[in-house]
Structures are given as structure tokens and as C-alpha cells.
Design a protein around this ligand. Structure first.
Ligand code: ADP
Ligand code: MG
Length: 276
């Protein structure tokens, strides 16, 4: 092992060794200053370590694979303000313990946006926990039966950002509704949330199975909240249509941007008017 390789091993450099020949060649070619070269090497190692740490923290946060706001097609959801979402990406909602709520029918990108913001928060150093409503209730109910609800609740109340996905796919039992209330109450004004739901708030009473409890939950959630209703088309259906249509339709004429616009199905206006 060369002396340099030994030193890098002693310093636990993982990211520089493989890149060093290329870095040296580029530095020679571009006649980099000693300072610029040293900075390049150290920055490469620091970035690699940061990425690795983010990966480890993403696993602990139960975050799904990374998606980004850059990968979100805002043109496909013209009713959604790209500026508003980019503002959220500035992450001030975490410091203010605000709840960001994405409402809308399936496939409009609620989970995509929630995951993208969660990765952004994780990357910026915030502690994050991602879960779905079904998994959360399952976990808390098991803990309750084991008698350690308090410690399980802390796993969801401690992180600076909790993402609770897929609220509204199932109706809650009375016990589940209580657990959900306990969680919302415990996080109230203590941490930020991103919630996604296919149900408008007026339907939460039926989902929770108790109007009084539902309004106590909504009261806390919406005290500091940013509610974003996405009343558009399902992106999944768009992808499916692109997959199936060529097989069933005659050869289409060449697509121009104008044709593409007109060919798009009309926007389904889901009624979230009471919450916007
Ligand atoms: P929802 O949670 O509203 O049901 P998802 O976020 O799961 O919808 O979106 C379904 C799929 O479509 C995902 O793979 C997501 O990445 C993709 N998707 C949805 N909307 C967009 C969009 N506007 N641009 C790019 N991909 C999108
Ligand atoms: Mg979803």
C-alpha cells in the first residue's frame, strides 16, 4: 500500500481513494493551485460522508426511495402553485411547527411531494419520520396492547418532521381514533407534520367515526397549517394511458405541443372547496 493510501485509510477516507487518479489528472491538466486541489479532495470526502449519513438517516426515518421536486411535473397540475411548493422547500414550516396538508384524489402527487419535502428536510439536517396512517395505527395499537404506548408514541413525536401518508383510506375504530388523537395532541405545537389525505376535512368525521373527536383533531392540526388541495388528474392514469393507448388507437398524427394540450382529458374538479 502506498504511503498516501495508508494515510487515507487511517483517516477513514472512503470516497477520495477511488477518485484520486482522476482528481490528480484533472488538477494537472487544469493546473489547479495547491489550495484549490486540497479543497476539491476534502470537499469530495465531506460530500460523500454527508450522502452516506443522509442514507443511514433515511433508513431510520423509514423514508421511501428519494424523489425530488425537480422530478415533479408542475405543468401536469396547473392548479397547484409551483411557487408555493418551492417556498415549502425552504423548510421554514419545520421551524414554525406547521402542518402541511396535501388533499386530493389518488394519483395527483400528494405522496411524491411529501416524500420530496421529507428528503429535503433530512438533507438539511432535520430529524424525520415517515409512516402511513395504517402502519401508524397498527404500530400504536400493538404498543398499547403490550403496555408501552408512551415509548412508541415518542418515536412519532420526537422527530422534527412527521410525514403521515394516506389518511382516509380506512375508517378508524374507536380505539384507533383515540390513538390518532393522542398522537396529534402530543405533536401539537411541538413539531411539524406533512399529512396527505384523499378525504376533504368535512369527511374526517365519518373517517374518525366521531364528529367531536374529529373536530378536536382538526382543531389542533389546522391551528398552524398550510392546506394544499390538488384538484387535478391522476398522474398514474396518464402513465397508464400512454402505455395502453397506442395498442387500441389508430396511428396518431405527429404530436405537437398544441395537440398534446388539447388531447388532455378535462380536469376533474374534486370538491375540496371547504378546506382551500
Ligand atoms: P398520490 O399520493 O396523490 O396518490 P403519488 O404521489 O403516489 O399520488 O403519485 C403517483 C405516481 O405518479 C408516483 O410515482 C409519482 O411520482 C408520480 N407523479 C404524480 N404526480 C406527478 C407529477 N406531477 N410529476 C411527476 N410525477 C408524478
Ligand atoms: Mg399517496
Amino acid at each position: 500500500m502506498s504511503a498516501m493510501a495508508e494515510v487515507m485509510q487511517a483517516l477513514a477516507f472512503r470516497h477520495v481513494p477511488g477518485e484520486l487518479p482522476q482528481l490528480l489528472a484533472t488538477a494537472r491538466h487544469e493546473q489547479l493551485s495547491y489550495e484549490a486541489f486540497l479543497h476539491q479532495v476534502l470537499a469530495l470526502e465531506a460530500a460523500g460522508r454527508h450522502q452516506r449519513l443522509v442514507g443511514v438517516r433515511a433508513l431510520a426515518a423509514h423514508l421511501p426511495p428519494k424523489v425530488t421536486l425537480e422530478g415533479f411535473d408542475f405543468d401536469f397540475q396547473p392548479n397547484l402553485s409551483a411557487r408555493h411548493i418551492r417556498e415549502l422547500a425552504g423548510l421554514s414550516f419545520i421551524a414554525t411547527c406547521t402542518s402541511v396538508v396535501f388533499l386530493g384524489p389518488p394519483g395527483v402527487g400528494k405522496t411524491h411531494l411529501a416524500i420530496a419535502l421529507a428528503w429535503q428536510a433530512l438533507d438539511a439536517g432535520s430529524s424525520v419520520r415517515f409512516t402511513t396512517m395504517a402502519r401508524l395505527l397498527d404500530d400504536l395499537d400493538t404498543a398499547r396492547q403490550r403496555g408501552d404506548l408512551g415509548s412508541r408514541l415518542r418515536a412519532y413525536t420526537r422527530p422534527q418532521l412527521l410525514v403521515l401518508d394516506e389518511i382516509g383510506y380506512t375508517h378508524l375504530t374507536a380505539k384507533q381514533a383515540q390513538l390518532f388523537f393522542q398522537l396529534v395532541n402530543a405533536r401539537y405545537e411541538r413539531g411539524a407534520c406533512i399529512l396527505t389525505s384523499n378525504k376533504s376535512f368535512s369527511e374526517w368525521g365519518a373517517m374518525v367515526g366521531d364528529d367531536v373527536l374529529a373536530s378536536a383533531i382538526l382543531d389542533r392540526l389546522l391551528h398552524h397549517a398550510d392546506v394544499i388541495s390538488i384538484a387535478g388528474q391522476s398522474y398514474r392514469m396518464k402513465e397508464r394511458a400512454a402505455f395502453f393507448l397506442p395498442a387500441v388507437l389508430p396511428e396518431p398524427a405527429p404530436r405537437t405541443p398544441e395537440r398534446r394540450k388539447r388531447g388532455r382529458p378535462p380536469t376533474a374538479q374534486q370538491d375540496h372547496g371547504d378546506v382551500a
